[in-house]
Every structure is written in structure tokens, then in C-alpha cells.
Design a protein around this ligand. Sequence first.
Ligand SMILES: Cc1ncc(COP(=O)(O)O)c(C=O)c1O
Length: 400
Amino acid sequence: MTFLSATLDRVKPSPTIAVTTKAAELKAAGRDIIALGAGEPDFDTPQNIKDAGIAAINSGKTKYTAVDGIPELKQAICAKFARDNALTYTPAQVTVGTGGKQVLYNAFMATLNKGDEVIIPAPYWVSYPDMVLLAGGTPVTVAASLDTSFKITAAQLEAAITPKTKWFLFNSPSNPTGAGYSWDELKALTDVLLRHPHVWVMTDDMYEHLAYGDFKFCTPAQVEPALYDRTLTVNGVSKAYAMTGWRIGYAAGPEPLIKAMRKVQSQSTSNPCSVSQYAAIEALNGTQDFLAPNNDMFVRRRDLVVDMLNTAQGIVCPRPEGAFYVYPSIADCIGKTTAAGTLIDNDEAFATALLEETGVAVVFGAAFGLSPNFRVSYATSDDALKQACQRIIDFCAKLS
Ligand SMILES: Cc1ncc(COP(=O)(O)O)c(C=O)c1O
């Protein structure tokens, strides 16, 4: 009999955290490291939001709250869904957790039985398959391709659905590719789902506000109102408001599902941090003025990175619609050898050699379920990005 749970054999530790840790170790050892692995904005939480948190502390809002969120925050979330997504929810249809991650996890724990399948487009956010496995379900990945800018097609979705499919997990704009589905592209997917009434939709809208140029964010229940009764719309304040450390995520959906998710949370973490809940009210109800200038900055960085990486030998880098990631393909680098003599036989070898030989930390594509690629997070300064891209260009030029 082993001491540790057999469940843990099914999951792996987060590879994004592993890369960040390795880069930090090398930096501490005195190496010149540029880390492009982070999954969070590089700017500070806006002052009005911090002030709301400080005011909450000073007025004693420091005790347990209702398990899945205070009424004022649920009200602010309902107002946000009405304002941004034309979706009508009542507070009883809303749940608040410790980050979007907990909300997604609650939903899987509340609904998955052994054998239940969850369709996950790849490349995917690293945690999705492992969360499904921890909850006892079976992840079914559907690989998007470079040719379709990392978006899956209606035919692919149709082919992946079986009688055991419980959820279709949707994420746009995407981590790790930044790909965002247009209204028509999403409608093609929701049309498929209309034909399969046993399949529910979990949509992770975490990067909603990080949408650039002509791209307009849209979400499944908005594009196809007939799916409203079987859609869980997940969102949070982490990315748009630079509040990753505050740990507030939320979701809205059918009341029985929300109740079941609350039950999971009531027997695990109870309420999300009381102070953070008050700060999140300010994030949602307060000024949104900083979003546009931040997005201008992200567009500039995206273009800088895409333009530079596309000059690197063996790299093809699509220009995505949102988030703060790009996901270049390195298919033409595979089989080559680096200046230091390392064979690049897969994307993990590429990322490891890149870190060791140039000090640039990226996350290899296999971690996200689609290879050979790597993920760059461009949530860092223009200078760091320019330097990092130049090092990647030089690294690729020396491959033989
Ligand atoms: C696609 C996606 N969903 C959810 C999350 C989790 O967000 P939170 O920090 O609110 O738990 C992340 C964070 O990296 C993400 O990239």
C-alpha cells in the first residue's frame, strides 16, 4: 500500500511553474535570464482597486463571508455580464471562488463521474486535462492546427462528441496561443452543440478584455442563446485588472449547477478572501479606463514579438487576436543541432537549450498539448522582449 493517493499518479505538476522556477534558479546563480514564461500582466493592480481592498481591511471586512461570495459582489458580476456580454443572470446563478482555477475545478468536481468525457481543444491551458483527471473524468483533446490559427473547426468538434461527452471546454482568447474565435467561428461550434443536447459548455473567458484590433470578444451563451441553460460562463479579475494574487474568479450558469459547485467549495476552502471580494467589486463597478491604454501597450508588444520571431530561421509565428501570448511553431528547427551541440528532437529540447545557451525562458509546446511549438508571454517590457527575440533569432541562425 502506498501512502500517496493513486489519483496523483494521473496528474503532473504544472510545467509553467517548473519553467518559472528553473529560470529563477539560474537568475539567482547570476545568469542573465529573460523570463517569458509568466502568465500574468507586468503592471500593478490599479490604485482604486487597491484602495477598495485597504478600505475593506480598515472597516473590519476581515471575517468569513457567504461561502461563494458576498451579495454585493454577485450583484456586480450580474451587472458585468449584462453590460459586457448581454447575458442576464440573477445573483443565485453566480458563484465566486478563489481564482478562476478554483471555479473551473469546482465545476468538474460537481459534475464529473468516472468515464465522463470533457472535450478540450489543444493547445490548451496546462491545468485543464489535469483538473478533469483529478475530478475523475476523461479529457478528450482535439488538436487545432497552425493552418486554422490554432482554432478548432466545427467538423472536429462534431467528430469528438460521443454519448459520454459531458462538457465542451472553450477558451477564447486562448492561453497559450492568444487565438480568439470570431462570432462566426464560434457560431459554427455552437451550431454543432445545438445538435447534441447532452453536451454542456464550460467557457473560460478569463482573457475577455485582452482583445485587440478588429477582434470582438464573444461568448457561447451570447452567440447562441439556446445554449444558455447548459452553459457555465467562467471569468475573473486576475488578468484584465492585474489581480492574479488577489485570487478572485467567478462563474454564472444554471442554478442547480451553481448550488452543486457551492457545495464543493463549502467543504474545501469556504469563502474566497473577504478583502479581495471588496476589491473585485471596485474592479467590476469602477472605472474601466485603464483597459484601453493597457491593450494599446499589449498590441505594440505583440506586434514587436511576432514581427521579430517571424524573421527567425525555422520559426512561424501567427499574429493572435488577444491575451498576452504567442505560440510560434518550430517545426523547421526539429532535427537540427544547436551551437553547443544539443540535438533539438522536440520542443522541450528546444526550450531547454534556449534557456541554457541564451538565457531566454519560454514554455515548450508539449506542456500545452500541441507540438512542436513554444509559448512566449509578452507581458514584460519592450526592451526585454527585443533582447529576448534577438537572442532567439541568433540561436536559430546557429542551428545546423
Ligand atoms: C485560460 C486560463 N484560465 C484560468 C486561469 C486561472 O486564473 P486565476 O488566476 O483567476 O485562477 C488562467 C491563469 O493562467 C488561464 O490562463
